[in-house]
Design a protein around this ligand. Structure first.
Ligand code: NBG
Length: 808
């Protein structure tokens, strides 16, 4: 049977019909000729790789066609530079995009391999941390679906973000090794390699300069095709891996210095080893800056190479490329582009800056001052001496052109403020939700906004319905297809037509059955992966996101502890049964977030062991929350916790995924919750707590959390219990720092919002008891989430920021 592959024609062609049979043949061919295995010895992973290769073959033709079309028409391209691309698993996504679900399942099953197990065998590409990275991945999907010519540029981290485990309830971190097995989606482009320099000395002469670097590494490209819906279009995700200029020093090796011989390679590879090295040490900071420059410099070199193939008139660069800086991580692009234009292409400084600025745009993703990057001038001057000179010159040029207040400076107090550098060097600066954009204008960028009032625009985030409904919620997908036809998946506003079914009992019943099936699926997963049992008829009350004090997982766990007290006092009252589900990682250096994780696990243990809570309340916190866990948990959720301190969450995107999948939101008036409320109707969302303005006013009036604690007996009781070691009898003072912080500082106003939150949760209990009413609200949520497709967001960027017209 393998003889048929003697001609090596294992590749499927996208213009021929793909059936279970042809796919099976292609899998067998790849198993033999790409993987080098035969059927009797093939492991599950071998089969997965074989199927992935067969599917990848089908992406290649659309990919080439798209590229040729873009080249032919000399279209303006979008370059999305991002430190993170949280792409997750790719196999099922590609299969869905190409419409090959049945063929793939049929092919795999005909080989006696379990299809679901095969899909789940793929490691989750954890090249990101949270919303910012997942947004970048959703944007790639949407740019390919609406037909925007785009390249994503980032880093091919060998280990990505760490893998989280719990040891006695404490977070442990292990290196993620997603690349241990072959990554079947990428094409290594060893010929596409650029040297990236660091350190040394720089001299200025007139408008240009000379940089004699001390170290060089090579950035080597790895390309992954990103298919859009039905393969009509495919863009490229190009990730850079750092390699030594020379593999190793043979002379040192021959003298017996084996470690020394490998040193250059170790230095180079360190750069693309992990995402977010712990930057609490000077070495960590330097590494982080080098990572940022590494991928930015390689990407710009690549962009210019592509441009120069068409034209050498550098003044026209802005008509050919729009470069999006995803947060400040690639903000070094501004001085780098100016450097290339002046030092390499002989342009005058002011002209170079103007060209660069017309190419660059900057998305701000947070107003938290500690999250806005700043680099010490010393570090910048040492690692990137020429860039430091250019940054100072940009600062001076800006001062020359605009009468600016003394406080508007890029370089200040011995630091380079990357947010200001990005703002000043960008054509458009955008926030990620209406509220966040307004706050940006009033707070961090108030002065710059006054100088450049046309620069800030809003592009409210969105998520791709391909992954976040079609892929992760097959039940809902079928329901929507039956009710609306398949068009909703690329035109999410069509969901509106569901409104008329909200009062139809049969529709509601089917909707409810889908939710229950999803809850069963999650419960089965939880049991098999973590040995925990949860009742599927309870409300699944879910908070999954990075662990951060502003997101207030603490508020949630305090409420859980207070609820337990209430249940113990009156076990026979009618309680709405709940399972509180947490998921999320804390940054390795973030001690308070790690202590909150431990508290959730300690409180969870007490609740889960408490006979009074049985059947009424339980808490689970499966470790290592990632995209794949989100895909199974979000469709199973009833209640979505979006409870950040108002004014702190730039947008949120999890909030959108939940509502699209029929969970109701409990949330503050923060980030995109505001717009979600406007869309779904305020009667279909549970909003509580202080507004951003009130939060500010409370702080200014001299906030005293102890007063709030004293005023609320539920809260006072819980805080006392934690302080007395009720949840940590083996170490009663474990939470001393947390309690001290709650009583005397409480920067994120957990105590100030507690009462409102607790009361809102009891209203939610009541709403849950009316299951029909709950379902109606849930259906209306799904129906009104059309706005939150990332297709809408990308069309907005295309129009307001990039000046390109989507093909579809
Ligand atoms: C995050 C915000 C979220 C937002 C995502 C995507 C950073 C720095 N910011 O609220 O916290 O949804 O960005 O915009 O990761």
């Amino acid at each position: 049977m393998y003889g048929t592959f003697g001609d090596m024609s294992v590749a499927l062609k996208s213009d021929q019909p793909v059936t279970a049979e042809t796919l099976r043949e292609a899998m067998l061919g790849h198993l033999r000729y790409s993987i080098g295995k035969n059927t009797p010895t093939a492991t599950l992973t071998d089969w997965r790789l074989a199927l992935s290769r067969a599917i990848r073959d089908l992406l290649v033709d659309p990919w080439f066609t798209t590229t040729n079309r873009i080249y032919g028409a000399n279209r303006k391209r979008v370059y999305y530079l991002s430190m993170e691309f949280l792409i997750g698993r790719l196999l099922e996504d590609a299969i869905n995009n190409l419409g090959l679900e049945e063929a793939a399942r049929g092919a795999v099953e005909s080989l006696d391999v379990d299809y679901s197990a095969l899909v789940l065998d793929e490691p989750d590409a954890a090249l990101g941390n949270g919303g910012l990275g997942r947004l970048a991945a959703c944007f790639l999907d949407s740019m390919s679906t609406v037909g925007v010519a785009a390249h994503g540029y980032g880093i091919r981290y060998a280990h990505g973000l760490f893998r989280q485990s719990f040891h006695d309830g404490w977070q442990g971190e292990e290196a993620e090794d997603w690349l241990r097995q072959a990554h079947p989606w990428e094409f290594e482009r060893s010929e596409v390699a650029y040297p990236v320099n660091f350190g040394g000395e720089a001299r200025v002469s007139g408008d240009s300069g000379m940089w004699k670097a001390a170290e060089t590494v090579m950035a080597v490209a790895y390309d992954t095709p990103v298919p859009g819906w039905r393969g009509r279009w495919a863009n490229t995700l190009r990730l850079w891996s750092a390699q030594p200029v020379f593999e190793f020093d043979l002379e040192r090796f021959n003298h017996g210095d084996y470690l020394g011989a490998a040193a250059p390679s170790v230095f180079a590879q360190t750069i693309s080893r992990v995402l977010y090295p712990d930057d609490t040490t000077p070495q960590g900071k330097e590494l982080r800056l080098k990572q940022e420059y590494f991928f930015t410099a390689a990407s710009l070199a690549d962009i210019l190479r592509r441009y120069l193939a068409h034209s050498n008139d550098m003044t026209q660069l802005p008509s050919a490329c729009a470069i999006q800086l995803n947060d400040t991580h690639p903000a070094i692009a501004a001085p780098e582009l100016v450097r290339l234009l002046t030092d390499k292409h002989g342009m005058g400084f002011e002209a170079a800056f103007d060209v660069a600025r017309r190419c660059l745009n900057y998305t701000n993703h947070t107003l938290l001052p500690e999250a806005l990057e700043r680099w010490s001038v010393d570090l910048m001057a040492q690692a990137l001496p020429r860039h430091m000179q250019i940054i100072e010159r940009i600062d001076a040029l800006h001062a020359k052109r605009h009468t600016r207040p003394a406080s508007v400076k890029i370089v200040d107090g011995g630091e380079v403020r990357m947010g200001d550098l990005a703002f000043i060097s960008a054509n458009r600066v955008n926030g990620v939700s209406a509220l966040h954009t307004e706050l940006m204008k009033k707070t961090v960028f108030a002065e710059l906004h006054a100088l450049h009032p046309e620069r800030i625009v809003n592009e409210t985030n969105g998520v791709t319905p391909r992954r976040w409904i079609w892929g992760c919620n097959p039940g809902l997908r079928s329901l929507l297809n039956d009710a609306l036809g398949e068009g909703w998946v690329t035109d999410l506003d069509r969901l509106r037509a569901l409104e008329k079914h909200a009062d139809d009992p049969a529709f509601r019943a089917r909707f409810a059955m889908i939710k229950t099936a999803n809850k069963r699926r999650f419960a089965r997963w939880l049991e098999s992966a973590h040995g925990q049992n949860i009742p599927v008829d309870a409300m699944f009350d879910v908070q999954i996101k990075r662990m951060h004090e502003y997101k207030r997982q603490l508020l949630n766990v305090l409420e859980a502890a207070a609820l337990r007290n209430a249940i113990r006092r009156d076990p026979d009252a009618v309680w709405a049964p709940r399972v509180k589900i947490f998921g999320g990682k804390a940054a390795p250096g973030y001690a308070m977030a790690k202590l909150i994780i431990k508290l959730i696990n300690d409180v969870g243990r007490a609740i889960n062991r408490d006979p009074a809570c049985r059947g009424r309340l339980s808490v689970v916190y499966p470790p290592n929350y990632n995209v794949s866990m989100a895909e199974i948990l979000i469709p199973a959720s009833d209640l979505s916790e979006q409870i950040s301190t108002a004014g702190k969450e730039a947008s949120g995107t999890g909030n959108m995924k939940f509502a699209m999948n029929g969970a109701l939101t409990v949330g503050t008036l923060d980030g995109a919750n505001v717009e979600i409320g406007e869309q779904v109707g305020w009667e279909n969302i549970f909003i509580f707590g202080h507004t951003a303005e009130q939060v500010l006013a409370i702080r200014e009036a001299g906030y005293n959390p102890s007063k709030a604690i004293d005023a609320d007996p539920h809260l006072a009781e819980v805080v006392d219990q934690i302080a007395a070691g009720a949840f940590s009898p083996e170490e009663p003072t474990r939470y001393a720092a947390l309690v001290e912080n709650l009583r005397h500082h409480d920067w994120f106003q957990v105590c100030a919002d507690f009462t409102a939150y607790y009361e809102m949760q009891r209203e939610i209990d009541a709403a849950w008891r009316d299951q029909d009413g709950w379902r109606r609200k849930a259906i209306l949520n799904v129906a009104r989430m059309g706005m939150f497709s990332s297709d809408r967001t990308i069309r907005g960027y295309a129009r307001d920021v990039w000046g390109v017209t989507p093909e579809y």
